[in-house]
Design a protein around this ligand. Structure first.
Ligand SMILES: Nc1ncnc2c1ncn2[C@@H]1O[C@H](COP(=O)(O)OP(=O)(O)OP(=O)(O)O)[C@@H](O)[C@H]1O
Ligand SMILES: [Mg+2]
Length: 433
């Protein structure tokens, strides 16, 4: 148990700093958002935590026994990252893991992603799979017609979406019905100002394994959600890549983003996704249509590109989570002066704070504004009495009360007059009794 003490005993209360290791491909570990978030995290929690980046050369070429030690691990998969090695490292060293690594395999297969969404009651597009040439999996039968396909007997009318089973493959095709001219829109990872091309080809791909989804008519807008823990999510909207394939950019060359406020239901979805996929930091895509929000993609570890507010919030949420974890598990005293995480998304709890308003409607409580005065004040020594004795009326008249409608008696001799009168009345009353 840590000894008690004031601020000057911090070393004993918190005997050493917790080391956060960032284990990801170099480009991701040193990205602008990562640097900004870690800078803020150290600014706020540097008394208790520190961080370092695993060199990419070590991750790729060294056995896990030679990997550096850390208390807390921030690690995530991206192209060429050796997920298996990172999982073995966690097994060997047992750090506190921010984004579950075993579960990151789930994110690599779009079928597993949809299965998890389904198991957790999260709305997603109706879908079917076509499997070809996979070991231990029978090939799927696909019947193709001009305006629809049958996958395992299930019909998907055009427009529908065709996505490679591997979520690392971004060649997503959208097929149009013949009523609008047919053909398909072919999406790909952004190249300069393009994210898709139109192709007159209407036949679906015949090689490889795909997931087919009903097309959700979301008015050409994607909602990108970036959750950090179960109680916080930042969202922004972007033009859907399938619309005309032209990327909207601002004067700085950044992709144009539109502000979005998540509904309560969407916040609940964010919470469910963080928990269901075991990913504290987790991005996903929402399509809003028919009064609902459908999740069409879960990306796992992903940061908002440019938002100082998000960087600060994320740093505080992660810093707090890590310090609290160690205070609890090591029985160290929780630093009382530790910066607190943002509370702006309180609506994410199981029971959103719904309140009735004076106009009778239900509304979500977003904030409480209070005007507070200090209480260091002598209470007023006042008494209100109805008087009938005519001597009070004489006093009232003497000080011009009938003209001014009121009198103020503040001088000591005036107050003495009132006191004398009150005393006289009390003694008369006592004599009478
Ligand atoms: N079922 C659907 N209905 C309508 N549009 C869809 C559907 N699924 C995907 N889209 C559109 O296609 C885009 C790409 O789909 P998705 O996000 O699944 O692919 P991805 O390549 O994994 O994307 P990311 O770059 O986010 O990893 C979405 O942003 C959305 O605009
Ligand atoms: Mg996506």
């Amino acid at each position: 148990m840590a000894p008690k003490g004031g601020k000057e005993d911090k070393e004993e209360i918190w005997p050493y700093k917790i080391t956060i290791g960032i284990c990801a491909m170099h480009r991701k570990a040193t990205s602008k958002p990562m640097r900004a978030i870690m800078k803020k995290l150290i600014e706020c929690y540097g008394q208790w935590v520190d961080f370092f980046i695993f060199p990419e050369q070590v991750i790729l070429n060294e056995p896990i026994e030679n990997w550096p030690l850390c208390h807390c691990l921030v690690s995530f998969h991206s192209t060429e990252f050796p997920l298996e090695k990172a999982i073995a490292y966690v097994k060997l060293r047992k750090p506190y893991v921010i984004n579950n690594l075993d579960r990151q395999y789930d994110l690599l297969d779009r079928r597993t992603v949809f299965k998890i969404l389904s198991d957790n009651g999260i709305e997603h597009p109706r879908h079917g799979y076509v499997i070809r040439g996979r070991p231990n999996e029978p090939d799927t039968e696909l019947v193709e017609h001009p305006d629809h396909i049958e996958v395992n007997g299930e019909v998907f009318n055009k427009p529908f979406v065709e996505k490679p089973i591997s979520s690392e493959d971004h060649n997503v095709y959208i097929y149009y019905p013949s009523s609008v001219g047919g053909g398909s829109q072919r999406l790909f990872r952004k190249i300069n100002n393009r994210s898709s091309w139109y192709s007159p080809k209407s036949e679906v791909r015949k090689e490889g394994s795909y997931i087919y989804e009903e097309f959700i008519p979301a008015d050409g807008t994607d909602v990108k959600v970036y959750a950090v823990g179960p109680f916080y999510a930042h969202a922004e909207a972007r033009k859907a890549p399938g619309l005309d394939g032209k990327v909207e950019r601002d004067s700085d060359g950044k992709e144009v983003r539109y502000p979005v406020i998540l509904s309560n239901k969407e916040k609940q979805i964010a919470k469910k996704i963080v928990l269901a996929f075991g990913q504290t930091v987790c991005g996903f895509d929402l399509l809003r249509a028919n009064g609902k929000s459908y999740v069409c993609d879960v990306n796992g570890f992903s940061f908002v590109k440019t938002s100082t507010k998000y960087y600060e919030d994320t740093a505080k949420i992660l810093g707090n989570q890590i310090v609290r974890h160690y205070a609890k598990t090591k029985n160290w005293r929780l630093p009382p002066d530790m910066p607190q995480p943002p509370i702006l998304d309180l609506g994410l709890g199981d029971d959103p704070p719904m309140i009735t308003t004076p106009s009778g409607k239900l509304a979500e409580l977003r904030c409480v504004v209070a005007v507070i005065r200090h209480g260091d004040r002598t209470p007023k020594q006042k008494m209100k009495l109805v008087v009938t004795d005519e001597r009070f009326f004489a006093l009232f008249e003497k000080y011009d009360g009938y003209k001014k409608n009121e009198i103020k008696m503040k001088k000591p001799n005036q107050l003495m007059e009132v006191l004398e009168l009150a005393r006289a009345l009390v003694s008369e009353k006592q004599v009478g009794e």
